[in-house]
Design a binder for this molecule. Structure first.
Ligand code: DQA
Length: 149
């Protein structure tokens, strides 16, 4: 059973009411429900956290080294600003997949660079809630050195 930690960054708790023209009408609860359903089908043990605080996200990543085999992270605005989150991902050496609802490369210039991208396995961006579901599929299929799936 693969162990996957999902981390949702700041303001994602407001999905549904937040800029629906950009992020759609889906709520975080709906995304988490679909992730749990897919996890059950794929034999994945899933833990999900959301935080609006950079330090809490750093701690969630640090704690993941004791448990998670793969991290899915949407760092939200911290994608573009946080060296601390990048360093935490780098430090724990748990493979991570970067997730964005919107296509950050097609948006404002300040969103087009990610501090996190160089230390993750890959990025899935622009598919709305399906970005998370595709990332979970990728997490299931990710080869983990020394481990069977
Ligand atoms: C986001 C994109 C970020 O630029 C933004 O700050 C977010 C959400 C996304 O999922 O598309 O909060 O990470």
């Amino acid at each position: 059973m693969r162990k996957v930690l999902v981390i949702h960054g700041p303001n994602l708790n407001l999905l549904g009411e937040r800029e629906p023209n950009v992020y759609g009408s889906v709520t975080l609860e709906e995304i988490n429900k679909e992730l749990k359903e897919l996890a059950a089908q794929k034999d994945v043990e899933l833990r999900i956290v959301q935080s609006n605080h950079e330090g809490e996200i750093v701690e969630a990543i640090q704690n993941a080294r004791h448990w998670a085999e793969v991290i899915l992270i949407n760092p939200a605005a911290y994608t573009h600003t946080s060296v601390a989150i990048r360093d935490a991902l780098s430090a724990v050496r748990v493979p991570a997949i970067e997730v964005h609802l919107s296509n950050i490369h097609a948006r404002e210039g300040f969103r087009q660079s990610s501090h996190v991208s160089p230390v993750v396995v890959g990025q899935i961006s622009g598919f709305g809630k399906n970005s998370y579901l595709l990332a979970l599929e990728a997490a299931v299929q990710l080869p983990l050195p020394g481990k069977e799936k």
